[in-house]
Design a protein around this ligand. Structure first.
Ligand code: AMP
Length: 282
């Protein structure tokens, strides 16, 4: 069984103790409802580190008023079993701090990263990245790992956290890990369990559309008309709202109007009430 720590006061002494014993400590922050995407981050962390801290904290500050905070899946017992079934569970610490300790009544501080946070997910969800950056800063200060692992599934988030670490000189390496997908191409996500059977059958179209668009852009087709065709294809397939479908530079996230090496297609779209994200390098 992984060791469970649920108190902010206890996590740093634990992490410090491991580091004093010569261990390289990796950190995988999550909101729980663990799936193979999360577990692939833990596996990658074990490639690079001796001990892995996995945090589970559903962070209210990154949810908007009308979003799914209340129904977000909370499955700590199942998550613990999934971590126990990995090789070397004794080298995993599960850190699940309480809401009261993370945000006590007089809590007043937030951290902002400008620029990168304004487009795509940040445009439709104004508090989203502020909430993420604040909780990630808190968690990094609490755990003080050598390396922190984030999924490319949330590509904009990864680039923002890398910016945060660089700008604040945080002494941590921020490592991005590839997206884990179901056999039909759907990116794994804790929110996939919201999908009805019919929606689940349609969901892989998101990834298929990105792959087709990527082929078109690589073959020299006009970027704007490819984006427009992609939006139309998703709408026709049953996606009810395309939040964004963009072609952007993989580092700066600046919009691109022509093919460029390391460009990326990124999408956020609703299938029914469920918001799905995906992205691929072109
Ligand atoms: P979440 O619990 O959704 O906040 O995700 C926690 C971490 O797992 C983030 O760094 C995500 O990018 C990463 N993650 C979520 N889904 C996947 C996936 N399908 N493949 C790789 N990483 C993922």
């Amino acid at each position: 069984m992984p060791k469970l720590i649920d108190s902010v006061a206890d996590i740093y002494p634990h992490s410090r103790g491991l580091q004093d014993a010569g261990k390289r400590v990796g950190f995988v922050p999550t909101m729980g409802a663990l799936h193979d995407g999360h577990l692939s981050l833990v596996r990658e962390a074990f490639e690079q580190c001796d001990h892995v801290v996995v945090s589970i904290f559903v962070n209210p500050k990154q949810f908007g008023a009308d979003e799914d905070l209340d129904r977000y899946p909370r499955t700590l017992a199942d998550d613990t079993i999934k971590l126990s079934n990995l090789p070397h569970p004794e080298r995993i610490t599960l850190y699940a701090p309480t809401l009261e300790e993370m945000y006590p009544k007089n809590y007043a501080t937030s951290i902002q990263v400008s620029g990168l946070t304004e487009a795509m997910c940040g445009k439709s969800r104004p508090n989203f990245f502020g909430g993420i950056v604040t909780v990630v800063t808190k968690l990094l200060l609490q755990v003080q790992p050598h390396v922190v692992f984030f999924g490319e599934k949330d590509y904009q988030q990864l680039k923002i956290v890398q910016r945060l670490a660089k700008d604040l000189n945080l002494p941590v390496d921020v490592v991005g890990c590839p997206i884990r997908r179901e056999d039909d191409g759907l990116a794994m996500s804790s929110r996939n369990q919201y999908l009805t059977t019919q929606e689940r059958a349609l969901a892989p179209i998101l990834n298929q559309t990105l792959i087709e668009m990527s082929d078109h852009i690589r073959n020299g087709m006009d970027v704007l008309s490819t984006l427009e065709a992609g939006r139309d294809a998703l709408t026709l397939s049953g996606f009810n709202e395309i939040d964004y479908l963009d072609y952007r530079d993989g580092e700066s996230l600046a919009s691109l109007s022509h093919y460029r090496p390391h460009g990326r297609l990124l999408v956020g779209a609703y299938l029914g009430k469920t918001r799905l994200l995906d992205n691929i390098e072109v």
